[in-house]
Design a protein around this ligand. Structure first.
Ligand code: ZN
Length: 272
């Protein structure tokens, strides 16, 4: 694969297609978890994709990632209702993650190898988790668990540049530190601060980035989360009785950290 343009284009198309699937996961997974036993079959494949307004099932040509949104000018082909901006945004964000992984891997790999694909899939899991947490304040186990195990596998296979022991300690420190903070917070304020989903997400990020990188990661996430939370409170946009979910900021901080190179960030922070 000689030309970076062709390589980039292939990763871009793959990223758009996977991003389109992520939209299904983001919309359906929280509803699947809330389903009662014995209810209508509802999963990632069934019922078929349909317009949420007029319920008309979508044909393949209405379902092409990004292209259909552009051709239809953001409206349903049947009833003309606007299509949520989240759909093209998730597709484009995921394509950006996949192109970045394909062309500028942190470990210096390039092209089509299992390690690059593992990083791209890790980024997609993170994107789905961030969107679901933002909309529902849930971080489903069915996404945090694969992210954790993929991180440990990436260390063992030499894809993440971490030793397996560092990845393991990253997971333990990530889970343990948040569980401890949450326990103390609950004792002191009698309120729930961090949820168990946050512990598992930080464990997964620790497995990918190692224990030390969690310090700048949590710092960055807490700062951006606090700023966004204050702005939302000032504008009266905080959902009633609910806090700003922390997962999206952890995910964003992790993406920034990977983009800058965890080793470089640790040097800046004076930790390495
Ligand atoms: Zn419609």
């Amino acid at each position: 694969m000689s030309s970076p343009w062709i390589l980039g284009l292939i990763w871009c198309v793959l990223g758009l297609v996977v991003g389109s699937f992520l939209n299904v996961v983001i919309h359906r997974l929280p509803r699947m978890l809330a389903m009662e036993d014995g209810a209508q079959p509802y999963n990632l494949a069934s019922p078929r994709s349909h317009c949420p307004h007029c319920q008309t099932p979508l044909a393949l040509r209405h379902n092409l990632p990004l292209l259909s949104f552009l051709v239809l000018r953001g409206r349903c082909a049947f009833c003309g209702s606007p299509i949520a901006w989240r759909y093209p945004l998730v597709e484009v964000s995921n394509a950006l993650i996949w192109v970045s992984c394909g062309l500028w891997m942190p470990a210096g790999q390039q092209g089509f190898d299992a390690g690059t694909l593992a990083w791209a899939c890790g980024g997609s899991l993170l994107l789905a988790l961030a969107c679901i947490d933002w909309e529902t304040t849930l971080l489903p186990d069915s996404l945090t668990q694969p992210l954790l195990w993929l991180g440990l596998l990436a260390a063992e296979m030499g894809w993440s540049g971490l030793s397996l022991s560092s990845a393991l300690w990253g997971a333990v420190v990530g889970y343990g530190s948040f569980a401890l903070i949450a326990w103390v917070f609950e004792r002191v304020t009698a309120q729930e601060g961090l949820g168990a989903g946050d512990f598992k997400l930080l464990a997964a990020l620790g497995a990918w980035l190692g224990p030390l990188a969690l310090i700048p990661l949590v710092f960055l996430a807490a700062c951006t989360g606090a700023v966004v939370g204050l702005v939302m409170r000032a504008r009266g946009q905080l959902r009633e009785g609910r806090y700003v979910p922390f997962g999206p900021f952890l995910a964003l901080a992790a993406l920034v950290l990977v983009a800058c190179g965890p080793a470089r960030v640790l040097q800046w922070a004076g930790l390495a």
